[in-house]
Structure formats: C-alpha cells, structure tokens
Design a binder for this molecule. Structure first.
Ligand code: FE2
Ligand code: FE2
Length: 133
C-alpha cells in the first residue's frame, strides 16, 4: 500500500472466530480502532478507552488460555503486552492539533489487530473449541 493511501476501517465481520465472548470483544476493539481512524471528537478519550478495553480483553482471553491450558500462553501474553506498551506510548503522545492520529500509528494498530486476531487468536479459539469452550 502506498504511504499516502487511506487506511480502511476494520470490519469485525471479517474477523469472527466463532467464540461469542471473544468475538464480541473483538467487535468492540474494531469499533474503537474505527473511532481512532476517524479522529476528532474526544480523541484522548478514545485512546484511553482503547487502552482500557484492550487490557480488559487481554485479561479475559488470557484467562481462557490459562484455564484450558493453551500451550502458547506465554508467547501470546507477550504479544498482548507489546500492544499495551504501544497504546501506552500513544497515550503519552502530544495529541495532534488536527485531531488525526499519525498514519504510521494507525497502520501499526490496524495491522496488529488484524494479524493478531486472524492468526494468534484464531489458533487459540480453535484450541478452545476442541476443549468445548
Ligand atoms: Fe490475543
Ligand atoms: Fe483477542
């Protein structure tokens, strides 16, 4: 994608994995990314909400993994922490006066969410389904 191309909104329907609790939380994360992408409004509040909601989601997902014995738990948790660290950096950033989050940041958040949900979370959900979760 050329550096000036517009980033697409996230469609949660494209990231449904089949575990209702996790899918519902991913839907919220997609909505928060879309608010971040739109910019404006209470941008600081949106970033704060993304931070808090993603941490809540990670805690719940990690609890599923821990209870059902997902062997990739430590690696998965490390990825979650990496995301939280980046969102914390975003919280500390001086908010742009035009109400737009820098494109590189948006691209990172979007790519992380899509790649993580579609690959890492998908593997977890398949494992959980095999355990009747
Ligand atoms: Fe995850
Ligand atoms: Fe997730």
């Amino acid at each position: 994608m050329p550096p000036t191309a517009a980033l697409a909104t996230l469609d949660p329907a494209s990231l449904v994995l089949g575990q209702p609790v996790i899918d519902d939380e991913h839907r919220q994360l997609c909505a928060l990314f879309n608010s971040l992408l739109a910019g404006g409004g209470d941008l600081g509040g949106t970033i704060l909400h993304l931070d808090e909601y993603s941490r809540l989601h990670f805690t719940i997902e990690e609890e599923f993994m821990r209870v059902y014995g997902w062997p990739g738990f430590a690696d998965h948790r490390r990825m979650h922490r990496e995301f939280s660290d980046q969102v914390m950096n975003l919280r500390r950033m001086q908010l742009p006066s035009d109400g737009k989050v820098p494109r590189t940041v948006l691209a990172w958040v979007r790519n992380w969410l899509v790649g993580h949900i579609d690959v890492e979370d998908r593997a977890v959900v398949a494992f959980l389904a095999g355990r009747g979760a």
